[in-house]
Write a new protein. Structure first.
Length: 256
């Protein structure tokens, strides 16, 4: 099985590092937008809740006391005596009858509930904000953030690959040149690559020093072989000449 190249490893390192950072930033950004949106809704609820309570307390009797109310179409309210609905607007009377006091979320509603004294009788006032549109907007926002994160990662990957290719180019050049040198005589050939930093410069220097030592070693070996061959050539020539002379004189084996 072929091992992964250094370029691929560096690219994966970019993806792992920047991917986690982009993912964390995306989630954080979404949560910030979500928190801000819910704070806006809670602010609307508080204002609307106070308007409803003040209207019931001070605007007189009958249905006319609600005519002055205006607000977002997602806003509504319900009035309860215990859990028994007395009045409601833009909601089924029993939907929020069991919610606790304070601010919270129940299903598709963000609500605010309080116990108020209206005409001398305690009444549970619940105001709400429909969350369907808000959740749809937040889902769209989340999709946009995810797509942006993906495109950011792709961009980082492309930049990282280009940077890695430039970084690894001198090493690949050195490898190619060494491969060519190994297939033939060194013959004074040396590695020369694009200098992209002190590390590459040092690598080139040490490779060339090693080639110098190898070339000297090869030359010394050849010279030694030549000397040995020369030293052996003279005795062998003498023996050959003696044998030839002995044969010509028909010498006996003992004389030879």
């Amino acid at each position: 099985m072929r091992s992964m190249t250094i370029k691929n490893k560096i690219t994966l390192l970019y993806l792992a590092t920047y991917g986690s950072v982009v993912f964390a930033l995306s989630i954080t950004l979404f949560m910030i937008f979500r928190t801000l949106e819910y704070r806006r809704i809670d602010g609307l609820l508080l204002s609307f809740h106070n308007d409803i309570v003040n209207t019931y307390k001070y605007a007189g009797e009958g249905e006319k006391r609600l005519l002055s109310l205006a607000g977002d179409e997602n806003l509504g309210f319900a009035l309860y005596a215990g859990e028994k609905p007395l009045a409601s607007f833009r909601i089924e009377p029993g939907v929020l009858s069991s919610v606790g006091f304070g601010t919270g979320t129940a299903g598709d509603y963000r609500y605010r509930a309080s116990l108020e004294s209206i005409e001398g009788v305690d009444r549970k006032v619940v105001t709400f904000y429909r969350l369907e549109e808000t959740r749809a907007h937040l889902n769209n926002l989340l999709l946009i953030i995810i797509l942006s994160a993906i495109f950011t990662l792709l961009f980082v990957s492309l930049v990282g690959m280009a940077f890695t290719r430039k970084l690894m180019k001198p090493i690949e050049q050195a490898g190619d040149q060494l491969e060519r040198i190994s297939r033939s005589e060194i013959g004074g050939a040396r590695v020369k690559v694009e200098n992209t930093g002190q590390e590459i410069e040092k690598l080139q220097l040490e490779i060339n020093r090693a080639l110098d030592r190898i070339e000297r070693l090869v030359q010394d070996t050849r010279q030694m072989s030549s000397k040995i061959a020369h030293e052996l050539r003279t005795p062998l020539a003498i023996m050959k000449t003696s044998l030839q002379l002995s044969i010509e004189k028909n010498s006996s084996p003992v004389e030879m």
